[in-house]
Design a protein around this ligand. Structure first.
Ligand code: ATP
Length: 844
């Protein structure tokens, strides 16, 4: 571009400083002058149209040069690019065009015929130039041709042939290899080139004509005209220069295109592109490999999924089948349950009906009994007794209430949420032990704040039934420290069941008639039997007398046991103080001693005599005492019982009945064991000891001191409840044989008895296990059936002494009285069982 005369300032600013007349200059330096066509020459700023023409013709081969073809060129044709040649042609033409315009003949461009050929040629050249610089042109024109191919001269004037065209010869070489589009482009450019050359030729001719005309004008017009002509040419020159400047600007604006890019750079760019392409191909290949691996993995996963689906389906089917089977089983079970439920409903309704019948019957009997009670009054009761057995209200009521009644008394203390109760008749105790809730229904539940009197009131009818010939046994049991002794004996200021029972009995006996009472009180303490009674009292004489029979010598059943082990008090428990008048280590006090066991207010202490004595007393002032032991509460098997035998003379038969009271405290399995740890084994050993002959012999000695009815009951409770949840105990059968020498071995059976059994329980959480055991035991005791209680009459023959406690048991063997439909209790010794002996008559 530097070699191309493209700087308008150079052209326009040149003027004609040295040339003077441009036309002349043009002529002198015109086609006639020989000009060397060197493309690299820098054009002078004062170049005129003639010089331009010279240069242009030099470029195309200087046909008008005198040197002939290639003239002016010393070493061959000038090396100029096609582009440069075109630019120069454009310059020249634009100068010419500007001259014509400035001459005053502006062409009418709207008419095609008036368009100056210069303008057409210029436009075509510019179009060619633009095409060459376009990408297509660059492709069509080989690089060497554009940049440096020499313009082969000479071109034959007016007949430029395609083959001879210097600019086309290199292109022709590549013709066979170029695509058709390229060939077509090349052909078009060749045509254009020929056209341009033709127009150039035409322009030359016009120029010659004009020069001729100018010469003629010069000759004819003179200097003035010449001057005008000079001015005109000057202006034309200026216009041409401006046109050239514009053309140059246009060419510069197009600027060097990508053609100027060096092949080296192209190669580098190509290499870079190839490198990138390779890289991209590598990446693609890696991705393909990865894709293949993932596809394989995917296939594996699909297979596993399919297998899993199949397995799941099979499992589901299997489980469904199992569930169907289970459902069918459940349905069948439900159907059978429904049927059972229907049966049960029938049973319940039958039971309800029978209960209602029994209840209405019982109500009638109660109302009858109450009516009889209110009609009879206190005075008439014993009149009835004189006439015959005391079959009055207490006995009848007792019959209605049942033979065995289990009462429950809660010891006062910290209330526990684990033990709740519904007090009253038919009350319940609910325990929550080790996560299991259990409800026990008992005949009566006394709340902790129940008084001694309230408890006794519930038992009084049973006690009084003794006077009517009903044998009664009251015994308490329960865990140590729960208030058995308190309930049975009680403190002097608030006596318990035993003193109140005696008081009530004596009061009743005091209403009239003669009564023969034998009272004994024993305590078995560590296998030694001790008597706790030292004084007898009789009923007031105004109502007859009460004969108290007292032992005068050590009873034959006394076993000389080893000395009492003095166990230390259990932790947290106070030693039980000896009571006044107690004789811990010795034998009962003789009658008349200063420490009476039963005190009559009108009896003079010390005046009692051994044997049968009659004492007057006020029943209200009776007190009851028993020798106590400081250590009796701690690990030493102890049982206390009070036996009252009553024989009422007169009537068709004398009534003989027995009242026994027992406190089964410390009925632990073995001596020396802590009572608190005995727990449920207390009850088991209690039942075992009372129920079997062998067990009784080998069992805890204190068991043998139990009231015999209590022993029977416990033996029956040990067996499993049978029909209707009841166990059966033979009232008359005594499990203990004579050889055992126990207290009961000396007794004769008195027949079925009433047995109220107060069960003592604690509400303390730490005692909950024992409480549950006691309640379970109470429940089973409540299910024992002793057979119907019957009053007994004393035998008409026989002696009183034969009924004393000293009398060895030689009576008729008893047989159990099973409840209807119940087999004999296996817990009882069938060998020793015998029928109940007929009522024995006391001698009159
Ligand atoms: N209902 C009650 N009201 C007031 N105090 C009571 C009651 N029950 C028990 N007690 C008191 O609880 C303590 C223990 O009672 P008690 O000696 O009668 O129990 P126990 O069952 O006979 O014990 P053990 O089996 O060791 O002889 C006593 O101090 C007693 O006064």
């Amino acid at each position: 571009a530097a070699a191309v005369p493209g700087n308008p300032s150079q052209v326009s600013g040149g003027g004609r400083s040295s040339a003077g007349d441009p036309l002349l200059e043009n002529r002198s330096a015109g086609p006639q002058s020989s000009t060397r066509c060197k493309p690299g020459d820098r054009r002078r700023s004062d170049q005129t149209t003639g010089e331009l023409w010279t240069e242009l013709t030099g470029l195309v081969g200087c046909p008008e040069s005198e040197d002939g073809p290639g003239g002016g060129a010393e070493g061959g044709p000038a090396e100029v690019s096609l582009e440069e040649a075109l630019v120069r042609v454009a310059e020249f033409l634009s100068v010419q065009l500007g001259a014509e315009e400035s001459f005053g003949n502006p062409p009418d461009l709207s008419k095609p015929g008036d368009v100056p050929p210069l303008l057409t040629v210029t436009g075509q050249l510019l179009a060619l130039l633009a095409w060459i610089r376009s990408p297509r042109g660059r492709q069509a024109v080989p690089q060497g041709t554009q940049a440096s191919s020499g313009v082969q001269s000479p071109i034959p004037a007016g007949t430029p042939s395609q083959d001879e065209s210097p600019s086309l010869s290199p292109r022709g070489e590549a013709q066979g290899q170029q695509p058709p589009q390229l060939e077509e482009n090349q052909r078009a450019s060749q045509r254009l080139e020929q056209l341009i050359l033709g127009q150039l030729e035409e322009l030359k001719q016009q120029l010659e004509l004009q020069e001729k005309e100018l010469g003629q004008l010069r000759l004819g017009v003179g200097a003035t005209d010449s001057e005008k002509r000079v001015q005109y040419l000057t202006l034309e020159n200026k216009a041409l220069k401006q046109s050239l400047s514009l053309t140059r600007d246009l060419l510069l604006h197009c600027g060097p295109g990508p053609l100027s890019r060096a092949p080296q750079e192209e190669a580098e760019a190509l290499a870079e592109l190839q490198g990138r392409l390779q890289e991209a191909q590598d990446t693609t290949e890696a991705l393909r490999v990865q894709l293949g691996a993932q596809e394989m993995q995917l296939q594996g996963l699909r297979g596993a999924l399919q297998q899993l689906q199949q397995e799941t389906e099979q499992n589901c089917r299997r489980e469904l089948q199992q569930m169907h089977g289970q459902l069918a089983g459940l349905r069948a079970r439900m159907a059978s349950l429904r049927q059972g439920c229907g049966d049960l409903r029938g049973l319940v309704s039958t039971f309800t009906q029978s209960c209602q019948g029994s209840l209405s019957e019982a109500r009638g009997q109660v109302s009858w009994a109450l009516g009889a009670l209110s009609a009879g009054g206190a005075g008439t009761k014993f009149q009835e007794a004189k006439q015959g057995p005391l079959a009055g209200c207490p006995g009848r009521l007792l019959e209605l209430k049942g033979n065995i009644r289990v009462l429950c008394r809660l010891r006062p203390g910290t209330p526990s949420s684990l033990v709740s109760l519904e007090p009253g008749p038919g009350g319940t105790v609910t325990t929550c032990y080790r996560g299991h809730q259990r409800r026990f229904r008992l005949d009566w539940v006394f709340p902790p704040h129940a008084s001694q009197e309230e408890v006794f009131r519930e038992l009084e009818s049973a006690v009084l039934s003794c006077l009517g010939g009903y044998s009664v046994c009251i015994f308490t049991y329960g865990q140590t420290g729960t208030g058995k002794t308190y309930s049975m004996e009680g403190p002097p200021e608030d006596p318990g069941i035993a003193p109140r029972a005696l008081q009530s009995l004596f009061r009743e006996m005091g209403t009239g008639g003669q009564h023969h009472v034998t009272l004994s009180m024993v305590e078995i303490y560590n296998e030694a039997v001790r008597s706790g009674l030292s004084l007898a009292a009789s009923a007031p004489p105004s109502f007859g007398s009460t004969l108290l029979e007292l032992p005068t010598k050590p009873p034959p059943f006394h076993t000389q046991g080893p000395p009492s082990p003095r166990a230390s008090p259990a932790p947290g428990r106070e030693a039980r103080p000896s009571r006044p008048g107690g004789n811990p280590g010795g034998w009962p006090h003789p009658l008349g001693s200063a420490q009476p066991g039963v005190v009559a207010s009108d009896a003079e202490p010390g005046k009692g005599q051994p044997g049968h004595r009659r004492h007057r007393h006020e029943p209200a002032q009776l007190s009851f005492a028993c020798p106590g032991h400081a250590d009796s509460a701690h690990g030493v098997p102890t049982a206390r019982s009070c036996h009252l035998r009553h024989v009422a003379p007169g009537g068709p038969g004398r009534i003989r009945a027995c009242l026994e009271g027992g406190d089964s405290r410390h009925l632990v399995g073995r001596p020396g064991r802590r009572p608190t740890s005995a727990g449920s084994s207390d009850h088991q050993s209690l039942a075992a000891g009372a129920g079997r002959r062998d067990d009784c012999a080998a069992g805890p000695p204190a068991t043998r001191a139990l009231p015999r009815f209590a022993a029977h009951t416990l033996a029956a409770a040990r067996t499993r409840p049978r029909r209707h949840g009841s166990a059966v105990a033979a009232g008359g059968a005594h499990p203990a044989g004579p050889r055992e020498g126990g207290l009961h071995a000396r007794r004769r059976p008195f027949g079925p008895a009433h047995q109220p059994a107060p069960s003592q329980i604690s509400t303390r959480p730490e005692d909950l296990g024992e409480t549950v055991c006691s309640l379970k035991f109470a429940e089973r005791v409540g299910q024992v059936e002793l057979g119907p209680a019957r009053p007994r009459r004393a035998p008409r023959s026989g002696t009183l002494s034969s009924l004393s406690t000293d009398t060895p048991l030689t009576g008729t063997p008893c047989t159990p009285t099973p409840s209807p439909g119940s087999p004999p209790s296996p817990g009882l010794d069938s060998g020793s069982s015998s029928a109940l002996s007929p009522p024995e008559e006391l001698p009159s």
